[in-house]
Design a protein around this ligand. Structure first.
Ligand SMILES: Cc1cc2nc3c(=O)[nH]c(=O)nc-3n(C[C@H](O)[C@H](O)[C@H](O)COP(=O)(O)OP(=O)(O)OC[C@H]3O[C@@H](n4cnc5c(N)ncnc54)[C@H](O)[C@@H]3O)c2cc1C
Length: 407
């Protein structure tokens, strides 16, 4: 058995794990990053990055690399309701809240994850690819390390003062701590790529047609991410024939079918579900959960990567403080969960409310027509989607009240 000691072991090198490691490296900590895959690995995703994700990616030193690699600036979103009402919102200043850049981005996950991993490789961090964490080492209610297997299935033990679970939706760290719970929202996503879509360059497109929704996100001049989200129960009987299921389902959605007429699918369909899961904060000390390992709701509002990066930022600050103070107990690390809750609570409320709206045809139609009459509210909604407008500013815009002064 090989053994290693470190200040921090980060399990998973997706956006959450890579960002945590990069931020910890700034403090000269001895960090081991372990990922079961050869990186970058494929990841099912809508590949939309909110304007505020751009701010965090710049801080991590990868935004320029993404621009150079051809990230598509996405200036706004066209939202089409079940009755065909269509509204366009753009990312710009709302009541003094400014986006980091006046656009979101369409970026292939391979490019995003590749840029983050390249940054990790360029820093004095110990990155172990194709190394799967199989268990935690726990002593007296404190997590003190991980057990893993390298690519030759040789066992490895890494002891660390703090373990960061950044191992995504099926997090071994969260499961081992008994924190992962199923969610009542049961949806499945089918994702592919199309080309030949006229006029799909600078806007993302969302089609709401309950119980489904479809998102188109431009990734290159002739490559558009096409994601269809449906109730899990509708898709499960077709699990061996997702190609047929997706083709038929898209034909049944009249506005989507019209939009896709003449477009050509250029990649196999990939499916993932159920999408949502709940995670309760760990009781044990010595451990933090970041990104999807800490929970995931629904991709409709496209904040998964932003949440991964922002939770990494909060975790990094907590870890540095805890290590300096020499206290990595559960109460010392609880500040991370508090700050995480504060950071995401407002948007979580909006996304939950939106789930009700997009789940009901009549409500979705009413909402689209109301947004068509109130462009200010639409821009505020997009700013909330884009992670730079606080939800209270959306409430103010919906009620017609002026909001706050610029930051
Ligand atoms: C259908 C769909 C569409 C989405 N669309 C968007 C979108 O458009 N925009 C957006 O911002 N977000 C979107 N998301 C969410 C986004 O993909 C996630 O929130 C994001 O990838 C979370 O990053 P992460 O680092 O926490 O997890 P992940 O990206 O899943 O990374 C986890 C890493 O951990 C590694 N790992 C797992 N288990 C182990 C183990 N036992 N040992 C070692 N390593 C391990 C994996 O190999 C992986 O590299 C979407 C999600 C879905 C499901």
């Amino acid at each position: 058995m090989t053994a290693r000691r470190a200040d921090v072991v980060v399990v998973g090198a997706g956006p959450a794990g890579a960002a945590t490691a990069i931020l910890l490296a700034e403090h000269g900590l001895d960090v081991v990053v372990v990922d079961r895959a050869a990186l970058p690995r494929p990841k099912i995703c809508g590949e939309y990055l909110s304007p505020e994700a751009g701010r965090l990616l710049d801080r991590l030193g990868v935004l320029k690399a993404l621009d150079t690699a051809g990230a598509v600036p996405v200036a706004g979103m066209r939202i089409t309701g079940p009755d065909g009402t269509s509204v366009v919102g753009r990312y710009h200043e709302v009541a003094g809240w400014r986006p980091y850049r006046q656009h979101a981005m369409g970026v292939a996950r391979e490019t995003l994850d590749g840029a983050l991993v390249e940054r990790v490789r360029g820093l004095p961090l110990d990155l172990r690819e194709e190394t799967r964490v199989t268990d935690l080492i726990v002593k007296d209610g404190q997590v003190i390390g991980v057990r893993a297997e390298d690519r030759a299935q040789a066992p490895l033990e890494i002891r660390a003062r703090i373990v960061v679970g950044a191992d995504g939706r099926a997090s071994v760290v969260a499961q081992r701590l008994g924190c992962r719970q199923p969610h009542t929202l049961q949806r499945l996503a089918l994702v592919t790529y199309v080309r030949g879509l006229p006029d799909c360059r600078e806007l993302g497109e969302i089609f709401v047609d309950p119980p489904d929704y479809v998102i188109l996100n431009p990734l290159a001049p002739d490559r558009v991410n096409l994601s269809l989200v449906v109730p899990l129960a509708h898709a499960t009987p077709w699990s061996r024939r997702f190609e047929d299921f997706m083709t038929a389902r898209l034909r049944q959605l009249p506005h989507v079918a019209r939009r896709l007429a003449g477009a050509e699918r250029i990649a196999p369909i990939r499916a993932l579900g159920p999408l949502a899961h709940r995670v309760t904060p760990p009781d044990a000390g010595g451990v933090l959960l970041v990104g999807d390992a800490g929970g995931f709701f629904d991709p409709f509002t496209g904040e998964g990567v932003f949440t991964a990066l922002r939770s990494a930022e909060l975790a990094g600050e907590t870890i540095v403080h805890a290590l300096r103070a020499g206290d990595v107990s559960a109460p010392a690390l609880a500040v991370y969960e508090q700050r995480r809750r504060e950071a995401f609570r407002g948007k979580e409320r909006v996304t939950r409310a939106l789930q009700v709206v997009i789940g009901h045809r009549r409500l979705a139609n009413l909402a689209c027509r109301a947004l068509a009459r109130r462009p200010g509210a639409l821009d505020a909604l997009l700013g909330v989607f884009g992670d730079y407008v606080p939800p209270r500013a959306l409430l103010a815009a919906l009620s017609g009240r002026a909001s706050r002064t610029p930051r």
